[in-house]
Design a protein around this ligand. Sequence first.
Ligand SMILES: Cc1cc2nc3c(=O)[nH]c(=O)nc-3n(C[C@H](O)[C@H](O)[C@H](O)COP(=O)(O)OP(=O)(O)OC[C@H]3O[C@@H](n4cnc5c(N)ncnc54)[C@H](O)[C@@H]3O)c2cc1C
Length: 539
Amino acid sequence: MTSTQTPTEELDAVILGAGVAGLYQLHQLREQGLRVRAIDKAGDVGGTWWWNRYPGARFDSEAYIYQYYFDEQLYKDWSWSEKFPGQPEVEQWLHYVTDRLDLRKDIQFSTAITSAHFDEDRGRWTITTDAGDVIDAQFFVSCAGMLSAPMEHPFEGQDSFRGPILHTSKWPAGGIDLAGKRVGVVGIGATGIQVIQTIADEVAHLTVFARTPQYTLPMKSPHYGQEEQAAYKARFDELKSTIPHTFSGFEYEWAHAWADCTPEKRLEVLEEIYEDGSLKLWLAGFGEMFFSPEVSEEISEFVRGKMRARLKDDPHLCDVLIPTDYGFGTHRVPLERDYLEVYLRDNVDLVGVRDNPIARITPDGIELADGTVTELDVIVLATGFDAGTGSLTRIDVRGREGRSLTADWGRDIRTMMGLGVHGYPNLLTTAVPLAPSAALCNMTTCLSQQTEWISDAIKHVREQGKQTIEPTKDGEDAWVAHHEETSGATLIAQTTGWYLGSNVPGKPRRVLSYCGGVGTYRQKCDEVAANGYPGFAIA
Ligand SMILES: Cc1cc2nc3c(=O)[nH]c(=O)nc-3n(C[C@H](O)[C@H](O)[C@H](O)COP(=O)(O)OP(=O)(O)OC[C@H]3O[C@@H](n4cnc5c(N)ncnc54)[C@H](O)[C@@H]3O)c2cc1C
């Protein structure tokens, strides 16, 4: 397809997004001497950590493993105040990185990319923005984020509500005063949980609308003084050499084999890692949990027991909040702080909407299918994202012969290793489906690896005097088949939820994240690069 618009500018590469991935990608491509710009509709750097300013937003990854490891001094000159800091501190860290690498001058903020069309005759992309830019670029690198396309309008009648309706990722920078208000929170995923536990104290009355129960783990976030900071910084070499090769890109690895442990030993291990106050129970306990229904059920029951005790065995709370129809770890596991105890408060009501769903939003509040209306002053939508695909399918991306990515992914979600899509030469992607992602990865680990692979691929194309790189049909078919086999072997494939896109009406069903492990995935990517990019056509 040939774009009819006259370019206002010519670049080697355009990067969509200035979050964790986009910033590092920009740095790398600039170091290669490319003329490159990152474009983000956000008002500043940070991506996820710019948008998600809702009360209680914080890390579930240990801060010191979420950092970049490519520059020791960059790593060591930043100090975290606690193990799992809140959004403001994460955002500050990304400002620090931006300033240290002098990235800002090559980022265009408050600008949305609206279309990207590949011109087959010239082997280049024409990228347009809502600011009127028409950019001619050889490479279009998407760092659009896995969780950046919010599900903002899930209910009819939203426009009629008299008070504010806030999606968690669109929280106003100055905050909003919830004191004395009747607030409704819709959704109890990782985000909803953080909001609920944070605002319960402040609001006059909180009503939580809960559809899918979640297994939760209590977080412990010790304060870091100079001694603790020095201790984790001293581990830089060890962390740098191990984290990229673990199953989840965290610092921990499966520590035990279920079959080798007696029932007493298993319980001892579960108790010990539960007490750690991190995601260890999910990602460093027993890997068999993802494959064996029996192991999954035993570990799930362990977590349910902890939750029941905290909910004082209240039948209504336990029924609505404790999962019984899927296994622990097959959905994203949220960490929380005194979250379950919130439901024991007098000013908090829990409304289960599994069997009596939200019908609509009315001027006064939220109406359920049975006609019950809860009157509210503020509605918080913790309704999540169109994960993995949403940010790219919301813009007009056209590949060879004018094919549309929105239409292609609307039929079937396919990528080559999450790094590109057949039919879209020189579109290189991070955080899209079929690579390890937010579901099962500490994201800076995965995004660093993916951006480094992309930089190497671009370098390779240019050094060979070639113009384009594109996944072959056969290469992509083989990766999709491998992905299906790998994810199909896990219990994740038997669930529903955003891991499989089932929170978005009409979205084709597929486990979005690669489940073969971060270390294994990296090895496969490295092999592709080392062997001259089999599975990709370079022309
Ligand atoms: C609340 C929350 C907490 C999280 N906590 C963790 C955690 O503890 N650990 C972890 O590993 N991961 C976590 N994640 C996942 C998180 O998304 C990643 O860790 C990481 O920040 C993603 O970086 P990114 O650069 O891939 O994408 P993002 O940070 O999402 O950045 C993408 C950018 O692309 C921009 N963009 C999208 N479309 C367009 C367009 N058309 N035009 C211009 N710009 C566009 C967006 O504005 C956005 O700024 C969390 C996610 C959320 C939502």
